[in-house]
Design a protein around this ligand. Sequence first.
Ligand code: GTP
Ligand code: MG
Length: 229
Amino acid sequence: MTTFTAAPVAGPSAADARIALGWMHTAKFLSTSAQLDQLPSVGVPEIAFVGRSNAGKSTCINVLTQQKQLAFASRKPGRTQHINLFSLGKQGVTDAVLADLPGYGYAAVPRADKLRWQQVMVNYLVSRPGLTGIVLLCDPRLGLTGLDEALLDVLRPRVQQGLKFLIVLTKADKLTRAEQAKVLSITRLQAGGGEVMMFSALKKQGVEEVAWLLWQWAHPVRSAAPGAP
Ligand SMILES: Nc1nc2c(ncn2[C@@H]2O[C@H](COP(=O)(O)OP(=O)(O)OP(=O)(O)O)[C@@H](O)[C@H]2O)c(=O)[nH]1
Ligand SMILES: [Mg+2]
């Protein structure tokens, strides 16, 4: 009989966290595009941040990269309206790209714009070359919504083909410890075995864990071979 156990999320060692955060800190603005065909081809692993408007995608990128204004974060939902790419890599050699995507589900956006954007997003997720990982950000006070579930449906076949996937529950500072534990276990069930992490930009919670996982996604050979240079 198969038994399912929640994989404990092992935090990175201090040395691993230092490597991952140092790498994240190299982030530089690369491009901004309103349409898929305007996106530059990058030839390195790309990791996309997706989720509802106001979930905290841009803030999360700023905290991970330790740069206050790299991505446009705002109290006003719908702030990110383009696909913004940021390059990462030590010594000026780009070895990965982060993509900050506009959020979905913002009520004040006209329906036609919403549908157009949803289509761009689906096309991006299905066809973007080099897309290596998806970070789905979710406000745990709302949980995974219908639009998040629809996105998971689009992603499922790609995850089965090896696309990496992480759900980040943002704004953990708004929840008590007990609430955090509860929403983590519920979301882990919904994620069907995918990784789920708690994150707070305000309290810097989960920063090292998320940075280390993304570093591993972008460096699969080196991270699979402990002791490799
Ligand atoms: N308390 C708290 N607020 C947060 C946190 N992360 C983001 N926020 C706030 O949430 C709001 C939205 O953050 P953004 O990073 O702009 O959200 P986004 O997902 O990029 O939004 P769009 O660009 O509209 O898709 C801002 O007011 C942030 O300051 C967090 O960890 N804790
Ligand atoms: Mg944004």
